[in-house]
Design a protein around this ligand. Structure first.
Ligand code: GLP
Length: 249
């Protein structure tokens, strides 16, 4: 594992973007796993800037989002479909055909997970971006999720709904369910890039990368990924005591 500690969120965003930009420059048909939440917004801004400066193109890039809420329309302003459009896709030359976001159409609930798994299986991601929830979730794999899961419909934990209520008008408006890539899908990516910033993530980051691998902290499974890079700001890294050692694993 490689852990990079940056001064602040702005530096985290730049550093994480530079890792993605390098991969895009080496392979213009890159398959990228994308994340939502507030953590990757700065990273996406840097990718848009690199695109505007003609350093990278998304023309032949294929993207796979980690997750989507179930129970709100795709066009709801807080759906991850809208999030990706507002924070990245509408600013770059990506081909709509190459965008994959889990379908959340409740009339097809029984087949949604299998359909996304089929798409993921034939498309190993070259790089998977991840944020982390305060309770250690990745995607929407909440504590207790089996570590060998593939795409599934999940019930969101109370903690996650409270955390994400800042994006909605109230807690009641936060969906109770979501569709998410499973841990197995996430681990199948060639490279994993986890980013976190702020003091509220410090404890969980230390648990995820420095303590036992457990279902209670789904992100802890990432310790077993052969190519994991973690980009943190000083606040998110402040609970890690053995950085040098971890960087050698
Ligand atoms: C959501 C997303 C996760 C994300 C997490 C953390 O629950 N499903 O993919 O990592 O939020 O969000 P933030 O970056 O806003 O702290």
């Amino acid at each position: 594992m490689k852990i990079i500690v940056c001064k602040d969120y702005e530096e985290v965003s730049k550093k994480a973007a530079s890792i993605v930009i390098k991969e895009m420059m080496l392979n213009d048909e890159l398959k990228i796993g994308l994340a939502t939440g507030s953590s990757p917004i700065g990273l996406y801004k840097n990718l848009i800037e690199a695109y505007n400066n003609h350093l990278i193109s998304f023309k032949h890039v294929t993207t796979f989002n980690l997750d989507e809420y179930v129970g709100i329309d795709r066009l709801h302003p807080q759906s991850y479909y809208s999030f990706m459009n507002e924070n990245l896709f509408k600013y770059v030359d990506i081909d709509k055909e190459n965008i994959n976001i889990p379908n959340n159409d409740i009339s097809k609930l029984d087949s949604l997970a299998d359909e996304y798994d089929a798409r993921l299986l034939g498309n190993q991601r070259d790089i998977q971006l991840l944020g982390i929830g305060k309770n250690g979730h990745i995607g929407f794999n909440e504590p207790g999720t089996t570590l060998s899961s593939e795409t599934f419909i999940t019930e969101l934990s109370e903690q996650t709904r409270i955390d994400n209520s800042r994006f909605f008008g109230s807690l009641e408006e936060v969906p109770k369910y979501a569709i998410t890539m499973g841990i197995k899908n996430i681990m199948y990516a060639k490279k994993v890039l986890l980013i976190a910033s702020g003091k509220s993530k410090a404890k969980v980051i230390n648990k995820a990368i420095n303590e036992d691998i457990t279902k209670e902290i789904p992100a802890s499974i990432l310790q077993l990924h052969p190519d994991l890079t973690v980009v943190l700001d000083e606040e998110a890294a402040c609970e890690i005591k053995n950085l040098d050692y971890l960087n050698r694993i």
